[in-house]
Design a protein around this ligand. Structure first.
Ligand code: CTP
Ligand code: MG
Length: 401
């Protein structure tokens, strides 16, 4: 199994609010600034920050629109996109985003989609501060106006503005700290930093940015419109989207050596009495080759991206788990599987008697997609010929759903 680096950073982009104060007749994230929505502009900048899993949280029914925006912004990192449904408060929406983070994520940034023009450098600053050992980090801008304390019609005092900062997002946290604070939260907080501070953690400030202002009112949207005229989003000419009508193929191979514990698992079947293969999971080279072929066809990376050895939840898992999850990944990215063909090279086990059974098992794990299994020996040549292990080669065909 190849191991691609899985990001240590996750960015939860919350866009599940209704945008009442903007009053544009649509949830705020889906209101256009220019030809592109507020969410699309936010994500454009999120994907120019260091590589991270990006969890986009949107109102129920808007998941498809959000996915299109996110996949376009992600360009060749479509594998980093996750879309989930939000809740009735911002805090619930953030919690829904946290629940979708991958196992490897250690640093979490929470960002308001409404801060659509936040430059990538702010993300970099926040990540660097968490990496340097801070539990929580907030970008702040100095307050420029003189601040008065007002009661009714009366000015009753002046607040020393040098002691004040206006909090922005993305706010960054150690994942364990943020998750524990969310579990413990017994009330609604105005932002994530307040929630984490209430749980007893120190929160650091880093410089914010004037462009990280939140689009709240129609005047804010006008300001954003004026600013993006200067810097529109460049059109995306994705190599994956050159013609949606053309099916795409992917190839995958895998090799495992004999020498594992227990019984052999191959092509989704248990083979009592046969020598087991070694590997992080059950060593099912046939299933792993199919996973790689499917991910390659959809342009979603490879098996290491999604199921590497740093995903302990897949240790010991069998083909059905890998294949069902892969099918889910493709479905979320808008792909449907046409068929899969896989060939095994091995002296043992002998497939002839169980080929139909293997095809049925693999097909069932892929929701009924046709899977053809063929097997061959290699005339005594190579590691398969010497009986040291098993090789598998798969091809998959996918089409736009
Ligand atoms: N948000 C969210 N889920 C909610 C409420 C808010 O994900 N239930 C998000 C918004 O989409 C926004 C961010 O939190 O990106 C900041 O909230 P705000 O600016 O208040 O946005 P809205 O709640 O959409 O606007 P309004 O309060 O005017 O309705
Ligand atoms: Mg709101």
């Amino acid at each position: 199994m190849t191991i691609a680096p899985v990001p240590r950073v996750g960015i939860v982009v919350v866009a599940a609010g209704s945008g009442t104060r903007l009053g544009a007749g649509a949830p705020k994230g889906f209101v256009g600034i220019d030809g592109h929505s507020i969410l699309r502009h936010s994500l454009e900048r999120v994907f120019r920050a260091p590589a991270a899993q990006v969890v986009v949280v949107v109102p129920a029914g808007r998941e498809g629109d959000a996915r299109s925006d996110a996949l376009e912004a992600a360009r060749d990192r479509r594998d980093l996109v996750t879309v989930v449904t939000g809740g009735s408060t911002r805090q619930e929406s953030v919690a829904a985003g946290l629940a979708a983070l991958w196992g490897d994520v250690e640093i979490v940034l929470v960002h308001d989609a409404a801060r659509a023009l936040t430059p990538p450098e702010v993300f970099e600053r926040v990540i660097a501060a968490v990496e340097s050992g801070r539990d929580g980090v907030v970008p702040v801008l100095p307050v420029v106006d003189t601040i008065k304390r007002v009661e009714g019609d009366d000015i009753v005092g002046v607040v020393d503005r040098s002691a004040l900062g206006a909090a922005q997002t993305p706010q960054g946290f150690r994942r364990d700290v943020l998750e524990a604070a969310y579990r413990a939260a017994a009330q609604d907080f105005t932002d994530d930093a307040a929630l984490v501070a209430d749980a007893g953690h120190g929160v650091a400030a880093v410089p914010g940015h004037p462009l990280a202002f939140k689009i709240t009112t129609p005047a804010d949207l006008d300001r954003a419109r004026g600013l993006v005229v200067e810097a529109p989003i460049a059109p995306v000419a994705s190599r994956l989207e050159h013609d949606v009508a053309v099916p795409r193929v992917g190839v995958g191979t895998d090799v495992h050596a004999f020498g594992g514990d227990g019984t052999l698992w191959l092509a989704g079947l248990e083979w009592p009495g046969e020598a087991a293969l070694s590997g992080h999971s059950d060593g099912d080279a046939v299933a792993h080759a199919i996973v790689d072929a499917l991910l390659a066809a959809a342009g979603l990376g490879d098996i290491g991206t999604h199921f590497g050895t740093d995903h302990p939840e897949y240790a010991g898992a069998h083909a059905d788990v890998f294949l069902a999850r892969t099918l889910g990944l493709l479905g979320e990215a808008g792909w449907r599987v046409g068929n899969v063909s896989v060939q095994v090279q091995a002296n043992r086990p002998r497939f002839a008697a169980r080929r139909a059974e293997a095809e049925a098992a693999l097909s069932a794990a892929l929701g009924g997609v046709p899977v053809s299994v063929s097997a061959t020996t290699t005339d005594g040549l190579g590691f398969t010929g010497r009986g040291e292990g098993v090789a598998a080669f798969a091809v998959a065909l996918v089409v736009r759903a």
